[in-house]
Design a protein around this ligand. Sequence first.
Ligand SMILES: [Zn+2]
Ligand SMILES: [Zn+2]
Ligand SMILES: [Zn+2]
Ligand SMILES: [Zn+2]
Length: 350
Amino acid sequence: MDSETHRNKCAACYRQYNKVEHLIEHMRVSYHSVHEPKCGVCQKQCRSYESLREHLIGPLPKVECARVFSMRGCNLCLKIFDSSSAVRSHRTTCQFSRTMTGLISRMSRMNIQAGSCIDNGQMSGSRVVALVCMMVGGGSDGSLDVCARVCLVGEDENIIYHAYIKPQVPVTNYRYESTGIRPEHLRDAVPLKQVQRRIQDILCNGEPIWKIRSKGSKARILTGHGIDYDLKCLGVEYPSFLIRDIANYPPLMKTSKLSNSLKYLTQAYLGYDIQNGMQDPYEDCVAELRLYTRMRHPGHPREYAGGRGDGPTRNNYPAWRQRELERMTAEALLDLSGSDYYCWCLDAYN
Ligand SMILES: [Zn+2]
Ligand SMILES: [Zn+2]
Ligand SMILES: [Zn+2]
Ligand SMILES: [Zn+2]
């Protein structure tokens, strides 16, 4: 390899370019930053955990990295450890299990069966809340999504709020196989208006919604999977800067930029199964919280929090500086780059 091609190698993803203009063009559209998932062996940065997984596990992995990973890598968080025994002891903390949730959710279901609406909103000090809605079918063919059950869970994995919701239109398909909802569940259900008000109160946590700012607010962070759709069906509005959507978070998306299912993400990154048969909104909430928490503590360098590389950045490689840019090293070019999404690790410092 001659020095010219070497110079045109991206310092983050290691792609190589014949011409420096092409490398600059690549930097313009890549938004590399310290927040990208990184290979613990060769330090290559990847857009998502999925592409890092491909790099380490396959189907066509980087041979040397795959070799090290197979001996000392954790297949859930994709980190590399010093020895195979270090990986083994790490695995016991990295792998989540379903047993506890099964128990709590059975208990919560017993409560719920009794027809009571659970409301611990007053008591919860949780800064993060996961929300899951369950939809039954309305309209002549039952294809209209009608929100019939909602569950909110806090960071301590306790239920903050749970209610069956009185449908606004006649239910034509209860979708029992996946929802487990029967007509009797909805007979004494809570009116939608009341549910909306309560959820808004819990999320805003005593702050008027128009007063909420992105920093220093009492309002809670809301996580979910495809949460915009849940909020739309519920008719609840919430500021987007407090929403952490697992389905649309770039590091958790497919390399094709499509969303991964919650079931897949839970299996791949937490190491257990959910949604076998009937869907349990409590269990889905817990999976979302655990995924969110994992993403909030990815081990990114602390010195970058709130500082450099926290995007969204615009025009870091302006055309008028082209000459100057062409003389820079690949590392200097990378230094100019910033993320085009908000990394959840910043929540840990804000
Ligand atoms: Zn690159
Ligand atoms: Zn980060
Ligand atoms: Zn590597
Ligand atoms: Zn791990």
